[in-house]
Write a protein of this length. Sequence first.
Length: 210
Amino acid sequence: MKSDVRYLLGVLLAGLSVAVALPVHGADARLQAIRSTPESLRANVQAGKKASFFCVNCHGDSGVSKLPEVPNLAGQNADYVLEQTRKFGDGRRKDAFMQGLIKVLTEEEKVQISLFYAEQKVTPGAQEASLVASGKQVYLKLCNRCHGPAAHGSEVIPRLAGQHPEYLIESVTRYRDKTGQRVDPLMFSAVAPLNNAQIKAVAAYLNTLP
Ligand code: HEC
Ligand code: HEC
């Protein structure tokens, strides 16, 4: 299969691609530059759609994943997605498959894919009303100040609105229990007070947001 060959090649060439990759701030500057005109944004979003042909297998068409443990990337902030690809790439974020796969992409492809997903739409889910109401209380008290009133995040903070509840529960629980897949001191202290029921409630609330 073509993608398998690409994957293996990527793993073999990983050392080399690190050497030829743009410096970290180069990719961020590139993202900004592309977004500065509608024409370059459009062209690069198109290129990102092509470059994401393999991601579709798990993250779904247009970044809406059908697998509960795989996050939606649709509508996710481009700067955040780009940063997560770097974290997988250098091992700061751990996921055996994503760490291997990300090494196959060039810096330019990572930028383009991030821009493509940011432009896609995610559809909110339906959840039980009482769970949503209690989740909203948790959110306003503990999460709102960083992830924002609409849970759309910012450049450095991920969007949570419309995300799969299963993925949210898993992610928040990992931060709370400091399992080591992801390390973020801000999130560690933000979610430390949560019990499992509160995590479930806040995940349900977030899934309903557009
Ligand atoms: C075999 C399935 C699979 C494929 C194919 C795949 N991913 Fe993933 N991806 C995952 C899983 C599972 C996670 C969640 C990892 C975790 O729990 O931390 C993830 C997480 C991510 C995240 C982090 C999202 C967030 O909200 O923090 C990004 C970014 C990402 N993938 C990008 C990509 C890109 C780009 C491609 C294509 C080059 C791709 N993925 C292909 C399974 C996959
Ligand atoms: C002080 C700021 C701050 C607060 C408060 C905060 N977060 Fe976060 N959150 C972040 C940052 C920064 C990240 C990205 C961390 C990383 O790269 O691992 C993040 C990441 C996440 C993620 C991973 C998203 C993804 O797509 O993988 C989830 C889920 C999350 N936060 C949920 C919450 C919830 C629920 C609360 C409230 C209980 C909360 N956060 C409070 C800053 C915050």
